[in-house]
Design a protein around this ligand. Sequence first.
Ligand code: HEM
Ligand SMILES: [Ca+2]
Length: 657
Amino acid sequence: MFSNSACFVTLAQEKLLSWKHLKLIAELSKCPPTSPATCRYTQLYKYRLISGFCNNRQNPRWGAANTALVRWLPAEYEDGESEPKGWNPERLHNGFQLPPARTVSREIMTSASKWKDDSYSQLLVDWGQYISHDITLTPQSTSTDGSGVDCLKTCENVHPCFPIQQEPSQSFLMPSYFAGCMPFFRSTSDCFVNFQSGIRQALQRQQLNAMTSFIDASAVYGRDLKLESFLRDLPGRNGKLAVNARFKDPKGRPYLPFVTKLPSACHQDLQGERVECFSAGDNRVSEGLPLTSLHTLWLREHNRIAEALKHINGHWSPEMIYQETRKIIGALHQIITLRDYAPKIIGPESFKDYIGPYRGYDPSVDPSIANVFATAAFRFGHATISPILYRLNESFQEDERFPHLRLHNTLFSPWRIVKEGGIEPVLRGVIGSAASAVSADMLLADEVTERLVVLDTLKQMDLAALNLQRGRDHGLPGYNDWREFCGLQRIKTLDDLSLAVGDCRVAKRILDIYKHPDNIDVYPGGLVERLLPGSRTGPLFACLIGRQMKVLRDGDRFWWEADGVFTQQQKEELLKFSLSHLICDNSDIGEVPPDPFRLGNYPSHYVSCDQIPSMNLVAWKEEMGEGQPLDLLGKSELQENCRISDRTQNANRVFVI
Ligand code: HEM
Ligand SMILES: [Ca+2]
């Protein structure tokens, strides 16, 4: 039941089970019991802890890094406890076998072409990917998990491997060691046993979120002290982040530092010198060029703001400059996501229904990421990935030196930033080209279903099949159960499905493959739904994304609008910020659309950077002696007392934070 579990358990549930039983469970699970976390000192500290612990002082683990994804509906494993759906291919669900993930991908989700979305730029897609990396990372088992099985070499379902079977007609295209399947590593399972939700659910396998759930710029700063220290320019004593020591852009602007473990797995320009994978608060930073460009902009913005704050408050310590800048950058991530991004994704009506106006911090709200959000709903964005990466010159035309590229040639290829003109050609491409439209008959581009590059796997992967298989690995309930959860009608007939999808041919194909409406997986089901007006999602994903965004806001003690976090004057300055401003201040681009998520023609819909409002940081001016003494308390000093969960080390820890 608990095999391959990451070890960490708090068993303070004496009211429910005897200590004898708790100890037995701990032994079986190999998860040593620990005392519960407490947050004794945190009221004295005005910044978030890097791990997210003690954001909620009564429930210190809520939203923290390396805690379980929460369940809004109990898991449905084949054996009730841990085996994925489809683990035993012979097993019948409502009288039918589940269709293999790859079949669903090829028959329903893969498209050789994509329509353009005339309203929005590609930046809307890239922000989605960027912010998803701030709030969720589901760690996977590795071949070295002690199981003795190498998931790169087997096509059998043996823990922790749950390979994606190829359709027989495809196998001959594969090298012999892959013939028949694509490798798949099951997500690592959590050891934390939460009895509050009942014994049955407590014993079910749960997956982890390695990131802090909060929108807190953890993709910039990291999620533990070790990574955070590595990313900082501590020797500079200036509150800044460390920059790349080897390369600068053509105008002398900095790049992100490289990873330390060399040679890194990133792809190389075979002609030139090596360019390693970049490092940032999130280790997926080098996955795509727009993603890397956004990370680079935030690195530069941190250093720009830190420099300005140092001038304004000459008496601030390097630690205080760093923390205040980090706090501002976190707030800006929240503003862009809730004000500019979310309404465009779920539509104005759903925004009103599920999120609504801010009414203050609510400590009874659990801000943790839900399993269904990370594993299905927020992966809606995969259907908006463009098969082409556009690179544009100063006149927003195709760049002759750096032409457009097919997507698979850009993944994990940071050399294309360093050697091919910096981040500007890519940034102009993302603001100057249309997002891909989502329609039921054209979902994921075949660039990502036939040629997806995943590091450490030579094989070209299928993102649609990975998403589907991941949902089954996590035992996610089906599409119909989630519809019911969201107050939508269950689908019973082909007519019901045709109505939900808005395309009866697609609806028929889905029922032909699944045979029973209750067998439809939540990912393809949610993805094919007819989009709500003014949104980029159907009603199910709008509900799930809306609910998640609401708890991320209301359950965050440090939310930028929460009482006492910023002064009124500071809030007014923060609200002036926009992604246009981020681009203007940190790249060589001098003209931008006022809202870069909206697609405009160049030059008529662009304005000069001088016309973009900017924050006045004088709102952060503090007279000598005005700050609380603890503002200046060295973080390391405070966090000495905070023994924070680190799954790679001994799990048997006491939390006193
Ligand atoms: C070129 C663009 C993108 C690529 C190559 C990409 C690739 C991937 C891959 C390989 C995974 C892990 C799949 C698995 O094994 O389960 C993943 C997960 C995910 N992606 Fe994307 N993605 C892209 C864009 C996006 C966008 C635009 C969004 C949302 C708007 C998004 C949201 C997510 C989410 C929420 C996860 C789950 C993260 C986790 O919990 O680990 N991705 N993506
Ligand atoms: Ca976060």
